[in-house]
Design a protein around this ligand. Structure first.
Ligand code: ZN
Length: 203
């Protein structure tokens, strides 16, 4: 499986990092070794001093597809989850400044915690639900999928022009505003509405 992440998919987040609002989706990938499952702890890596959380709604691809048309894209996923796109912001800033790729800042081991999934049928409208991140019981990030610049279906259609999608692939659909650092000892809890989707500690 592979993990595909969308960058800059919420206007308020693009603005907080002083990035332009994109005209097409921007995507990058993380390897399977980036997954962190079952609420296992995230161990703060020694190569960064600025690991930041990006709370993201995650779509799980349910069948093989390429060149998927937007109008059929919703047939390619059945479940929606919530995860964190951990980013070594210090390494990312250095890479960006030199025009280098981002993998060093995004693709490291356990940089993609993922929680539970909910069936699509759980949602009356997948493009309109609230989600939030609490750290040590304080709300740090909130979002609603209606504020995505590119919808799930547009993302799937766009990515599949370039990369075939396979069952089990995960698409992290971008973070709303409110990204920030985590510290050792923090407890991160993600919610879709009031349903807890993940709950793990930084060690
Ligand atoms: Zn992200």
């Amino acid at each position: 499986m592979k993990i595909i992440c969308i960058g800059r998919n919420y206007v308020d987040h693009a603005k907080e990092l002083s990035n332009p609002v994109p005209k097409q989706p921007v995507f990058f990938m993380k390897p399977e070794t980036a997954l962190l499952i079952k609420n296992r702890p995230f161990f703060y890596p020694d190569f960064s001093e600025d690991i930041q959380h990006e709370l993201e709604v995650v779509v799980k691809i349910s069948k093989v597809g390429k060149h998927i048309k937007k109008e059929f894209a919703s047939n390619y996923y059945e479940e929606i989850g919530l995860g964190i796109d951990f980013t070594a912001r210090d390494l990312q800033a250095a890479a960006k400044a030199k025009g280098l790729p981002w993998e060093i800042a995004k693709a490291f081991d356990h940089a993609a915690p993922i929680g539970k999934f909910l069936p699509k049928s759980h949602f009356t409208d997948v493009q309109n639900f609230d989600f939030e991140l609490k750290i040590n019981n304080e709300i740090r990030q909130t979002g609603n999928t209606k504020d995505m610049i590119f919808s799930f279906d547009e993302i799937i259609a766009y990515i599949s022009q370039f990369v075939s999608l396979k069952m089990g692939d995960l698409i992290y659909t971008g973070t709303p505003a409110g990204v920030g650092p985590v510290s050792i000892g923090d407890r991160l809890q993600g919610f879709i509405r009031d349903k807890e989707m993940f709950n793990f500690e930084v060690k």
